[in-house]
Design a protein around this ligand. Structure first.
Ligand SMILES: Nc1ncnc2c1ncn2[C@@H]1O[C@H](COP(=O)(O)OP(=O)(O)OP(=O)(O)O)[C@@H](O)[C@H]1O
Length: 247
């Protein structure tokens, strides 16, 4: 059995009278994609925010490679190797694709980045950024402004920005959102090829992608994990079909 790279233990979060995360425990193991699915308002974003450090849990712990990170800031978690996809809106449209990835590397490494420095002089940023673009099939777009990218390419670029930091675990929050069937199939293929390098906790509503990618799934409903298992187990579970998948 592979060990857990990321472990959530009994995470609990209330907003006033509402329990948004109710004693959630799960693990992300080396080499796997673990999908977190559930209806709108189930608490997926609230859970992710507790993992990234944007929200503090009322109780419970988050561990990365066995070390507790519950009290660390967002930036400190990122430096420890917790990667997450960046939102489309955080991409700098007029800048080139490669510059966008380099800014991400700089933000975490503390390397001083200057917009007026020619890119080729910033090798410490350029090399990891190029490698990340190559892993997402975007190296041929490196010198293109983000504004000229398709929606699918932007989604892949968000993942590349996270990969450039060489994370130990990657959190992806609805990477397929807004992609058509073709874009979704392409991104699915890319993510499948990544999981041996970095395990992925995937929040996704596109069930075709989830069923193709995930080794294990956890189903969140009203803040609680109501079911957990492999694709066949989850598809057959009557509670999951009632609460989320339908017939
Ligand atoms: N800051 C907040 N203050 C109060 N209530 C909140 C806050 N954030 C989330 N909630 C509530 O917590 C519950 C879980 O919301 P959350 O956004 O985590 O669900 P979700 O599963 O991510 O939904 P979606 O799939 O629609 O993004 C919802 O009832 C939501 O209204």
């Amino acid at each position: 059995m592979s060990e857990a790279v990321l472990a959530l233990e009994g995470l609990h979060k209330r907003f006033g009278a509402l329990t948004a995360t109710d004693d959630v425990s799960l693990t992300l193991r080396r080499g796997e994609i673990h999908a977190l699915i559930g209806p709108n308002g189930a608490g997926k974003s609230t859970l992710i925010a507790q993992i990234t450090g944007n929200l503090r849990p009322d109780a419970g712990r988050v561990l990365l490679d066995g070390e507790e990170i519950t009290e660390l800031s967002v930036a400190a978690r990122a430096r420890r190797g917790l990667g997450r996809s960046f939102q489309v809106s955080s991409l700098a449209e007029p800048l080139t694709v490669i510059r966008n990835v380099m800014i991400g590397v700089q933000a975490v490494s503390g390397h001083s980045f200057r917009f007026w420095t020619p890119v080729h002089r910033d090798r410490r940023l350029l090399e990891p950024a190029m490698a990340a673009l190559a892993r997402m099939g975007l190296e041929h777009r490196a010198w293109t402004p983000v504004a000229a990218l398709s929606h699918g390419e932007r989604r892949a670029l968000e993942v590349a920005c996270a990969l450039a930091l060489e994370p130990r675990a990657l959190l992806l929050d609805e990477p397929m959102a807004g992609l058509g069937p073709e874009g979704s199939a392409r991104l699915t293929e890319l993510l499948e090829s990544l999981k041996q390098e970095v395990p992925i906790l995937l929040i996704e509503h596109d069930m075709q992608a989830v069923f193709r990618l995930a080794e294990r799934l956890s189903v969140l409903v009203a803040g609680r994990v109501i079911a957990h298992g492999d694709v066949d187990t989850i598809r057959r579970d009557p509670r999951v079909r009632d609460a989320y998948l339908g017939e």
